[in-house]
Design a protein around this ligand. Structure first.
Ligand code: ASP
Length: 308
């Protein structure tokens, strides 16, 4: 019965997640432990350590987790100096009467609970940030130190090679419970304080044992506006099959006006354990699935939906 679905970058964590799930662990434990490995992966520049910094060179992280059994959720946004935002998000869910903490408050809470602090800036990613800022500052924009105007630079940070990536883990455990988790460094070179969809429950993540779960990668400004993850679960509730629910959520994205040709990949899991992935736009992600009977994770089938 147990199954786990991750995005492509989840490959470094899915084995750990499956190991836990196959030994009867909860969906939430499997998700958290798997995502922690992705957050440690320095080759992944979209999540955790070595994630792309914001315009000021700070690595600001977002993460969320949702429990389909209780509809409890926790998230953190724009957190600096924390190695495992997914664990922090889970502690927000379990330890506080709140759902979301951002910035300084989230960092304060992390200190209070003794979360693992650390510098997520690697020399490599810092050098790439510096090269980007110096190039654009020299060519067209004045970057007068941290207090200078950043908005003109934020409009230039739309290279989809950089502005892309989140890790998504959706799991169904042997107890029939569903969970969802996401973690990201967000839009590369974003304006400081920008939150994407990942920490927004209903946009980048949703889970409900009765119907299923969804998680999103890509242009978070769009999935916030469309409430994409919640929409998928609502379409399941209304009786759609999972692939149709994902297609309907993609149609919702089509209705949004935007000048940025980004993409969104929607990951879905229904309460019976079926999985589906839909890539919408120019650069869809890939996925991995591991369920009973598989000796190792298998590539997930990704349906493509072109943007009109
Ligand atoms: N969805 C993430 C965000 O908007 C980034 C991404 O997955 O590309 O922050």
């Amino acid at each position: 019965m147990a199954v786990i679905l991750t995005n492509g970058g989840g490959s470094v964590g899915i084995g750990r997640s499956w190991d836990l799930l196959s030994r009867g662990a909860s969906a939430l434990d499997a998700i958290e432990q798997g995502i922690r490995l992705v957050e440690d992966d320095e080759t992944n520049h979209s999540v955790g350590k070595s994630g792309w910094p914001n315009l000021l060179g700070q690595v600001e992280l977002d993460a969320a987790i949702m429990d389909g059994a209780t509809l409890d959720a926790g998230s953190v946004g724009a957190v600096i100096g924390q190695l495992h935002p997914i664990s922090l998000a889970r502690r927000v869910m379990t330890d506080l009467p709140h759902v979301m903490l951002v910035g300084r408050g989230a960092e304060r809470f992390a200190d209070e609970i003794g979360a693992e602090a650390g510098d997520n800036r690697t020399p490599d990613i810092t050098a790439r940030w510096r090269a980007w800022v110096e190039r654009w500052a020299a060519e067209s924009v004045t970057l007068a130190g941290p207090s200078g105007p950043l908005a003109p630079l934020a409009r230039l940070t739309t290279d989809p090679q950089k502005a892309h990536g989140t890790t998504v883990f959706l799991a169904l455990d042997d107890g029939g419970h569903i969970g969802a988790g996401v973690s990201t460094s967000g839009w590369a070179l974003k304006y400081p304080g920008r939150l994407g969809d990942s920490p927004v429950i209903g946009a980048g993540i949703y889970a409900d044992d009765r119907y299923g779960a969804a998680g999103c990668i890509g242009h978070g400004e769009l999935t916030i506006r469309a409430g994409t993850a919640r929409a998928v679960v609502l379409y399941l509730k209304m009786g759609m099959a999972l692939p149709d629910a994902l297609r309907e959520a993609a149609r919702d994205l089509e209705a949004l006006t935007t000048t940025f040709a980004g993409s969104v990949t929607i990951f879905g899991l229904d309460h019976s354990g079926q999985t589906a992935v839909l890539g919408w736009g120019v650069q869809p992600d890939t996925g991995w699935v591991w369920r009973q009977g598989m000796a190792e994770a298998q590539p997930a089938v990704v349906e493509r939906a072109e943007r009109c």
